[in-house]
Design a protein. Sequence first.
Length: 398
Amino acid sequence: MPEHADIGSRLRDIRKRRGLTQRELAAASKVSTSLIRKLEQGEVETTRLETARRLAAALHVPTTRLVDRGDAPGDLQSGTDRSDLWTPVRRAIERPPARQAGEAPTVDDVRRAAHEVQVARKANKYTDVAALLPGLLREADALDRADAEARDTQAHVLLLAGSTLTQNRQWDAADVALSRALDVAEDRHLSAYAVSTQCWLLLRQGKLTAARELATRWADDLEPRWSRATSADLGTWGRLLTKLAASAVRDNRPGEAQDALKLARSAAVVTGRELPSAGDMAMWGPVTVAYIRAETHAIQDEPEQVLKIAGGLPVPGRRDPRRQLAAYNRHRLDVASAHVSLRQHGEAVEILTELHKAVPQWLPCQRYARDIMADVIDRRRTLTPEMRTLADAVGLPL
C-alpha cells in the first residue's frame, strides 16, 4: 500500500484483505456502513481518531495502519477556520524578533503577563489569548538567556504557547514552540512537561507510534527512586505514563496502556492529592489519573467501566476552579458518551447542558461534543427543546 494513501484507500485495501464486506466491517466495528462507504469512496476524507481505532480493531491492525503519518483524522486535522486568529502568534514563534536596544523586561514582568494569559486561557477566552501571546513571546525572547531563571521563564511562555496552539490545531507552530521550550528549559520538570505536551501534539495528529515511543523513552529515563522521589518527580513521571497509555490504547495496545496506567496510578497514590504540574498549566494526582483510566475505557467501548470510575470520583462544587479545567470537562464528555452508549440519553443531555452553562466558549470547539449530540439525535425519534438548543450550541449542522 503506498505510504501516502488516504485513510479511505487504506481502509478499503485492508478490509478486502480481511475478506470483509462493508456491512460486516460495520457490524464488527460499530461504525455505520454509510460512513465506511463514504470514507472508501472519498466522499469523507477524515474521521475522528476514536472512529479510526474502532475500524482498526475490527480489522486487527494498529490504528497507525489507517491513520496517515502526515495527516490526521477528523478533529485532528490542522485547522484553517481560525488560522487568521493565530497568525501573529505563529509569526512570533517561528520568527523571533531581533533583540532591541533599551531597557529589557524583567522575569517578574514576564511572569505577570504569562499569568494573565493563563487566566484567559482557563476561561476559554481564546481571542484574548491570541491577542496577548505575541507580545508575551516578544518579552520572553528579550530576557537574559545567560540567567537560568530567565531561561525557565522563557520556556514556560513557549510551553503556554505550544499547548494553546496544540489545542487549537496549529500543528507546525506548536511543534516549533515546544521544541524551543525544550531547548531553553533548565528545570528538568519543565523539560519533561514540554515532552509530555509534544506527545499530546503527536497524538492529536494521529502519530501514535511517535507519541508512544517518545513517552516511553522519557518515562524510562525519568523513572524516580521511590524512596527519594518528590511529588514533582512522581508527577513528571506519571504524566508521561498517562501519555504513553493514551497513545497505546488508541493504537489498539490495551495491555501496554493498562501497564502504564498501573504505574501512573501507583505514583498518584503516593502523591496523595491533586497538585499543579510544572508551569502550573495542568493538574496531577489520583483524580487526574482516574480521568485517563475512564478515557481508555471509553475508547475501548466499555461504558459501564467509564460510569463506574466516574461514580467513585468527587464532584467539584459549582464554583470550584476544577470545573474550568479541560481535563475535568473532557472527562464529563466521556461520561456523556458512556450514557449515550447505554441509551441513557437524558443523562447525556444533562451533562452537555451543564457543560454549556459552565464553559460556553469551550464546548462548541469540541468535535467530541458534536459527535455525542449527533448520536443522541440519531437514536431519538423526536427531540426536546433542550436537545435542539444543545445541537445549535455545539455547532451540529442541520
